[in-house]
Design a protein around this ligand. Structure first.
Ligand code: GLY
Ligand code: MN
Ligand code: MN
Length: 463
């Protein structure tokens, strides 16, 4: 947990931004897997963690802006709980660690909110993403679950996005702690790769390292010989010579700050010439993108620089043709690079996507494109010092997409479909790192995880 002053300052800033009314934060509950007492790994709500730091179920919090009061709602354990859970610190002591002096039993939340509503006071809450939270909102505020998102407070949501987007040094340290564990995860995965193992052999080792380090994966690990399936969570394939492994994984620090890395490496330990050529284009696109990071530049423009690097490289290989700028403008590169360059990262691996992807990644000046590919760009707006973002270009050969475009004779002036056909079974390449925007430019976070062909082969060819 951070120093209590950090939490107090965050709440005070929120009061200044939202100005009036009551702010309600609902913590997450245990989520049953197959019956009530067999839950998934507990994950606290990220905004609750950000403003109130307490990491257990059964909690809510209220910031009364007009009375300048912060209250945590939660119960002390009784002897029956102690039998199953052991003793727990008292709520009042836990609350003091995050600078909150007032604690109230959770069953009084409803009456306190009702009183405020009867007095005509505005109750702000964030858009819920779990059905259970929508049901709580219905019970507490009388808002039907189907309307819970649209009735969420725009002022609060904007204020939370503004604050959580800019990371303080303690948060960056947490992200780097997660990245150091991620480094170990990757070094082990790359050094054990060999034909005949299953994808899940590597996944098991990576998850094991995360957990043994006091962390947890920040999202379900993607590790696949079918990298053309962008978010493939199936781990049952045997590793075969000739395939590339796309491995997209991260850890969550003990305080739940995320990392998000992708490396692509060959099953056989050595890249083929064809794989090298595609890999080098993706690496060039990623490095071009990272080097362009600085305050005030739009991430959309950096995405387009990466797209241009990809189109240029693919033209040199004969897969694309025609004027590169025109090709990128028309979205032709998206046949190979159909996703966005990256997203914000922090307490969530896609930071704050629960409260509104467009609010996080776009602003009044910049609307989301409707063009295939660019439409998936999660972060497009101008960068500010303190943002942490991912840079993760890729090239994929997705047979269903190639067939669809070819059948439509789509953008034939920019795509050499005959040549593309030679790559149908290639799979994919993605390379991802986490980058802090600084006053001067950027800093790639964490201990560098090998990504040049030479450095990767040094590890993979030794197994
Ligand atoms: N880990 C999912 C992503 O890179 O966005
Ligand atoms: Mn990723
Ligand atoms: Mn990512």
């Amino acid at each position: 947990m951070f120093d209590s002053k950090i939490y107090t300052d965050r709440r005070n800033r929120l009061k200044e931004q939202v100005k009036t009314g009551i702010i309600l934060f609902l913590g997450n509950e245990e989520s049953p897997m197959n019956y009530q007492d067999n839950p998934y790994h507990f994950r606290q709500d990220s905004s609750f963690l950000y403003f109130f730091g307490l990491d257990s179920p059964g909690l809510a919090a209220v910031i009364d802006i007009d009375e300048n009061k912060d209250i945590i709602f939660g119960d002390d354990v009784d002897v029956e709980d102690i039998i199953w859970m052991g003793s727990q610190p008292l709520m009042k002591d836990r609350a003091l660690r995050v600078g909150v002096e007032e604690t109230v039993p959770i069953d009084r939340l409803e009456e306190i909110l009702k009183l405020a509503a009867d007095q005509g006071r505005k109750i702000h809450y964030l858009p819920p993403y779990r059905p259970g939270t929508s049901l709580k909102i219905e019970k507490l505020l009388g808002i039907h679950p189907s309307k819970a998102k649209e009735n969420a407070s725009k002022e609060l949501t904007k204020a939370v996005v503004a604050q959580r987007s800019v990371k303080i040094k303690e948060e960056v340290e947490q992200i780097e702690e997660a990245l150091n564990v991620t480094y170990e995860m990757y070094m082990v995965a790359m050094s054990m790769v060999k034909p005949g193992l299953y994808e899940r052999d590597l996944v098991g080792q990576m998850e094991g390292i995360a957990i043994a380090s006091g962390c947890y994966p920040s999202f379900p690990i993607i590790l696949t010989i079918n990298g053309q399936i962008l978010h493939n969570h199936f781990h049952g394939n045997v590793l075969k010579v000739g395939r590339l492994i796309v491995n997209d994984a991260g850890a969550e620090s003990p305080m739940h700050y995320a990392s998000d890395i992708t490396r692509t490496f060959p099953v056989s330990g050595r890249f083929t010439q064809k794989q090298k050529e595609i890999y080098e284009i993706v690496l060039d696109a990623q490095e071009t993108a990272i080097q362009a990071v600085e305050p005030n530049i739009k991430y959309k423009d950096i995405h387009l620089k990466a797209a241009k690097a990809i189109a240029t490289g693919l033209k040199e290989l004969g897969l694309m043709q025609g004027d590169v700028d025109e090709a990128v403008k028309s979205g032709a590169h998206a046949l190979f690079f159909p996703h966005g360059l990256g997203h914000m990262m922090g307490l969530d691996v896609h930071d704050m996507e629960d409260i509104g992807e467009n609010l996080v990644g776009y602003d009044k000046k910049l609307k989301r494109s409707e063009q295939f590919g660019l439409a998936y760009l999660r972060l497009a707006k101008e960068l500010q010092p303190g943002f942490v973002l991912t840079a993760e270009p890729g090239i994929y050969f997705i047979p269903a997409l190639i067939d669809k475009w070819l059948a439509e004779k789509k953008l034939t002036q920019f795509i050499n479909y005959e040549k593309v056909n030679e790559y149908r079974d290639f799979g994919g390449v993605r390379i991802e790192d986490d980058v802090l925007v600084t006053e001067e430019g950027y800093r790639v976070l964490g201990k560098p995880i090998p990504k040049t062909i030479e450095k990767i082969e040094e590890i993979t060819a030794s197994s």
